[in-house]
Ligand binder design. Structure first.
Ligand code: AMP
Length: 305
């Protein structure tokens, strides 16, 4: 079953303690698609400017990602410039240039309107709402956001919550959105406004999935070295939604498996700059890491005294 993702298609310039990259492929929709393409068919809706190196999308196209909904507009592509210092869990945004996204009005091609899984990746919540007015009864709609939009468009995000089944965000964003210091209370605040599921990611400390009655936790895969954390969140979402779409099962047990797949895909994304690692990844490597995740969290039920 297929997934529709709407989000930023960007050129990123990133600085980490280990190196620097300029104008590399980035954006929430790009990372999401690169990750989900290992599990299911993905279609991207977004916009790029006249300066965008479209030939660099070829490896994604070869992986089956559908870009028929990607608009090409006159002007500058979305650009994000960020830096990570030694705390690789939090990005410092140095510059966000919306470029062609500031006048973008998403038009979902007719054939994509009935995609059963829709991911509203991080982008202006007004565009996320616009997309929801065009799609036809998806099986699952999930959304993401970030500090930039919480600061400037909080009322729109709150409106969006009334129309989505699931929200993913990191712990700092959850605190900023809900004004609750405690993540459990933050998740309850979000669920009270619409979504039945909330995933709160805590970087290298793993991710929680909350429902009204249950809480599930999956660790982040403990990597010996994290090279560039950019895109971890979107790759997590791509693994999570991609797994749900591939299995077509929205039971609690399967959603827990999907969280583990999200964590595994996020862990690959951070091994190199941009989507580089996701482009060389094989199914065998994914399966192996899922197995290692299982070993990481399995223990005997009765702990001897
Ligand atoms: P994450 O998965 O949270 O690390 O997201 C990383 C991606 O988010 C980068 O590739 C950026 O291009 C993109 N990004 C940064 N700021 C924004 C923004 N305000 N709106 C949409 N996408 C953004």
């Amino acid at each position: 079953m297929s997934v529709l993702v709407v989000g930023s298609v960007a050129l990123d310039s990133v600085e980490t303690p280990f190196g620097k990259a300029d104008d590399v492929l980035g954006g929430s929709a790009t990372f999401f698609a690169a990750s989900a393409s290992h599990l299911t068919k993905v279609s991207v809706v977004g916009v790029v400017g006249s300066d965008y190196p479209t030939e660099k999308l070829e490896p994604l196209k070869k992986r089956g990602v559908d870009f028929s909904g990607l608009e090409h507009a006159e002007g500058e592509s979305f650009r994000w410039r960020g830096r990570y210092r030694h705390d690789l869990n939090s990005a410092e945004t140095l510059e966000t240039r919306l470029g062609v996204f500031s006048h973008f009005s998403p038009k979902i091609p007719e054939k994509l309107r009935s995609c059963p899984y829709v991911f509203l990746a991080n982008i202006d919540p007004r565009l996320q709402l616009d997309v929801l007015r065009q799609v036809k009864k998806p099986k699952l709609v999930a959304c993401d956001t970030m500090n930039f939009w919480i600061q400037s468009r909080r009322p729109d995000i709150i409106e969006l919550l009334g129309h989505v089944d699931l929200m993913t965000l990191n712990d700092a964003e959850a605190r900023q959105l809900t004004e609750k210091a405690n993540v459990v209370q933050a998740a309850q605040w979000i669920m009270a406004r619409g979504p039945r599921h909330v995933i709160i990611k805590k970087g290298e400390h793993g991710a929680f999935m909350f429902t009204e009655k249950t809480i599930f936790f999956a660790p982040a895969f403990p990597l010996e070295s994290v090279f560039d954390p950019t895109g971890a969140g979107d790759s997590f979402a791509g693994g999570f939604i991609g797994y749900l779409a591939a299995t077509g099962d929205l039971s609690e047990a399967n959603m827990r498996r999907a969280v583990v797949m999200g964590s595994v895909m996020g862990s690959f994304a951070v091994e190199k700059f941009s989507i580089e690692r996701l482009m060389t990844l094989t199914r065998a490597e994914i399966d192996q890491r899922v197995k290692e995740m299982r070993k990481l969290v399995t223990f005997e039920e009765e702990i001897p005294a």
